[in-house]
Design a protein around this ligand. Structure first.
Ligand code: AMP
Length: 423
């Protein structure tokens, strides 16, 4: 039997790594630049960290997607299905509320959800996550959205756009959920099984349904935005004026829903056309009460997560990826046995100067050695046989121009660092 990766997981190949680096680099630059520190949390947590964060509404649809198992000590553990709950667990455990407010944290790593696999929807994928704890204001919300937008811009995207909504205050949610119950209960036999379950547990999440029949049934219903109370409406309008003033493009989307109880007021998503049905690159919102629910202080928070695979998919729409891996600066070709060890020693010296250098592990004839250098995408090749050894030099060949010169070993490093491609 041929071994295959688990369905819904994928390998990240060497040629894909530069794009991943881009995302990490953007996070470091944009989020780090706004005062966020990087937090690395464990991939598994006690199941209760995530179960508690789901709260009383017991959104079974979320719970079902978790990979929860018992380890050998009969502890119930869950592979993280999102970052926020684990980040808050860490915040509480390390007493981060004593740090200067607000506390801004970013994280990245694999996320696991037992989903139906399709384009853009996997069982192991990766997120970049950002949280800001301690400030509840329209300014904090708007800054958080601006950071999301700019992180994606620095990644290299130009066609992403923000969708902005608000889920209101707890009272607004109750009013809205009652309204949905009244409207949808008589029609529940026509809803999909998932939406019927959601109608019972957390009606607002019916709006999230991907089922076309469900969407038709809810098409003419009011959206949460139409039922905002005064304070939530005011915050929603202030967030918009900040974003407009800062030149962050956004559309208002009355249908944006965050299912869990602790979400409040500002909710947003970022989308990209051209990456299939799963066009959301990320989403987030304000969550007040989550820290308290997990046993911590009552501090407000706002944050977001983006799916890195989808960002990479979007990047490919922007500019086709260069297929080849960037080659070494130098490939060393030993023309006789003595030159093999000399070549390895030279490679080590040049690597210590920060250059990427590879070598042949056996003696080569010049034609084959140069072909190897070319296949690796190396700009230069250094060759040595008896003749070069007697003069203490290497033949340095520029594979692009065909030019050749003799150089002392100690001069090779300087010659390569001056060459444009070798840098
Ligand atoms: P969520 O935590 O569900 O708000 O998701 C945040 C982002 O993670 C989404 O906008 C997607 O970009 C990404 N994402 C969520 N679920 C998946 C999945 N199953 N596979 C790949 N990316 C995902």
């Amino acid at each position: 039997m041929k071994l295959q990766a688990v369905k819904g997981t994928s390998d990240i190949l060497p040629e894909q790594q530069p794009d991943w680096q881009r995302v990490l680099h953007a996070a470091q630059q944009v989020l780090g630049g706004a005062g966020a520190g990087r937090l690395t949390t464990p991939i598994f947590e006690h199941a209760e960290v995530f179960e508690k964060s789901v709260g009383d509404s017991a959104d079974l649809v979320v719970q079902k997607e978790m990979y929860t198992f018992e380890d050998r000590g009969e502890r119930r553990l869950t592979l993280r299905p999102e970052f926020t709950a684990g980040v808050m667990r860490s915040f509480i455990q390390h007493g981060m509320h004593t740090r200067p407010t607000p506390v801004k944290l970013w994280s990245t790593g694999p996320i696991f959800r037992a989903e139906n696999v399709q384009r853009g929807r996997y069982r192991q994928f990766h997120q970049l996550n950002y949280e800001m704890v301690g400030v509840d204001s329209a300014l904090a919300d708007a800054e958080t959205i601006e950071l999301l937008y700019r992180t994606l811009t620095v990644c290299g995207l130009t066609k992403h756009h923000i969708k902005l909504g608000s889920v209101g205050d707890p009272d607004d949610r109750r009013t809205y959920n009652d309204y949905l119950r009244t409207e949808l209960t008589p029609l529940q036999d026509r809803l999909s099984p998932t939406s019927r379950e959601r109608l019972r547990l957390n009606p607002m999440r019916v709006l999230d349904s991907k089922d076309e029949g469900d969407q038709q049934l809810i098409a003419n219903l009011k959206r949460p935005l139409e039922m905002l109370s005064g304070a939530a409406l005011e915050q929603f309008e202030q967030v918009q004026s900040y974003l407009s003033a800062w030149g962050v493009p956004f559309d208002i989307d009355p249908g944006i829903v965050r299912g869990l109880d602790y979400y409040r007021r500002t909710a947003f998503e970022v989308h990209y056309h051209g990456i299939g049905a799963q066009s959301a690159l990320g989403g987030g919102g304000r969550y007040d009460g989550l820290l308290e629910l997990l046993g911590g202080p009552n501090l407000p928070g706002v944050g977001w997560a983006i799916g890195i695979e989808r960002v990479l998919d979007a990047l490919e729409q922007e500019e086709p990826r260069v297929a080849a891996v960037e080659g070494p600066a130098l490939f060393i070709v030993p023309l006789d046995d003595a030159a093999v060890a000399e070549g390895a020693a030279l490679a080590q010296r040049l690597r210590a100067q920060g250059l990427r250098v590879e070598f042949a592990y056996q003696r080569r004839n010049p034609g084959k050695g140069l072909r190897d250098a070319d296949r690796l995408g190396s700009r230069y090749a250094a060759l040595r046989g008896d003749d070069e050894r007697s003069r203490g030099v290497w033949q340095l060949k520029d594979l692009a121009s065909g030019e050749q010169q003799e150089l002392l070993a100690e001069d090779l490093g300087a010659a390569l660092t001056q060459a444009p491609r070798a840098l």
